[in-house]
Design a protein around this ligand. Structure first.
Ligand code: SF4
Length: 343
């Protein structure tokens, strides 16, 4: 069942150089409990798309959408304060660098307990500024929220949680800090967790552990995850379905297994050819060129200047999604479903 349905979302930034269309008429669906990947190079619009959904785009950004429906509620019709209540509650977020999100002067336990108090009915939550609440409740280590903080640290795999709960962020490794962030995100038992490059700053072994943890936590909490990453290997590890994004457009979407077995869009094929794969020794072949400047792109297919298969038509005719098989679509003029590998 659909948890999040986004239709016709466009995000523009009006700058002195012109209008930057960071997200261009995009549709996106995340089902309950599902792990969905949003993958593409840096600058493709992935983060702006997620920020647009949860109302985090600031001026000069302008978000328009036909509709954004989350759990039956129109997000595009909520006030800022209603959106704030939703964020960190039913929708939570984890970012690449936990140090920018954690307060270095407050113990991790107090920060998690505060997240629990904000989003759960612990009987301790009152309408006061967060800093004041912390002063009142923060030191009370026998509270329900404090006990829950220890449980959450345990659930994300922090050893000796009842000891570590009193330590400060700088006393944790990078991987452990990211686990602390995940525990804070889970404090409100969200229906949707948006994870934006959550393992990019970590070494490969820690990355694999955290992805594994996210998968099992998603099952335990029945939380859907929108995994934003530039790394197809991360998507391969975690996701049920994948959306590939390029220069503001989603250009291919398919179940993860299908996408890796039968990529159709030349950009997806290029991404796969440039991604190292476990247990496979082969020459990596980077995609030539860069993501274009999104200010007033003048050609119809945004990938045309980098595409090995482009023709004159690609510069004039905007590619629409074509069916490539069950639940598999790609936006490329040179792909005819009737002659694709699966037909
Ligand atoms: S429409 Fe043309 S330029 Fe765009 S991806 Fe397909 S072949 Fe390449």
């Amino acid at each position: 069942m659909s948890l999040l349905t986004v239709k016709g979302l466009t995000t523009e930034f009006h700058t002195r150089r012109g209008v930057v269309t960071a997200v261009d008429d995009v549709d996106l669906t995340v089902n309950r409990g599902e792990l969905v990947g949003l993958v593409g190079e840096s600058g493709s619009g992935k983060t702006v798309l997620a920020e647009s959904v949860v109302g985090l785009v600031e001026e000069p950004g302008v978000v328009t959408a036909d509709s954004i429906v989350f759990d039956g509620q129109r997000l595009d019709q909520l006030t800022e304060s209603e959106m704030r209540t939703l964020r960190g509650g039913k929708i939570a977020m984890v970012f690449q660098d936990p140090m920018t999100s954690l307060n270095p002067t407050i113990s991790t336990g107090e920060q998690i307990a505060e997240a629990v108090r904000l989003h759960n009915d612990t009987g301790e939550s009152i309408s006061l500024p967060a800093e004041l609440k912390r002063k009142i409740f923060g030191a009370a280590k026998d509270t329900e929220s404090w006990r829950r903080a220890i449980e959450l640290l345990e659930e994300v795999g922090i050893p000796e949680p009842s000891v570590r709960v009193t330590e400060y962020p700088h006393e944790f490794s990078g991987g452990m800090r990211q686990r602390v962030m995940i525990s804070m995100a889970l404090a409100g038992e969200p229906d949707l967790l948006i994870a934006d490059e959550p393992t990019t700053a970590l070494d490969v072994t820690v990355q694999a552990q955290i992805l594994e943890d996210l998968k099992s936590l998603s099952q335990e909490f029945d939380t859907a995850i929108l995994m934003i990453t530039h790394d197809l290997a991360v998507v391969a590890e975690t996701c049920d379905r994948v959306n590939v994004m390029y220069a503001g457009n989603i250009i291919e979407r398919a179940p993860a297994d299908e996408l890796f077995a039968n990529p159709q869009h030349p950009y997806t094929q290029g991404l796969l050819a440039s991604t190292p794969r476990a247990n496979k020794r082969r020459k990596l072949d980077p995609i030539p060129g860069n993501v274009p400047d999104l200010t007033n792109i003048s050609y119809a297919c945004h990938f045309a200047p980098r595409c090995p298969e482009s023709t004159a038509e690609c510069y004039d005719v905007e590619p629409e999604f074509r069916s490539m098989g069950p639940d598999h679509v790609a936006a490329c003029l040179q792909r005819d479903p009737e002659v694709s590998d699966r037909e």
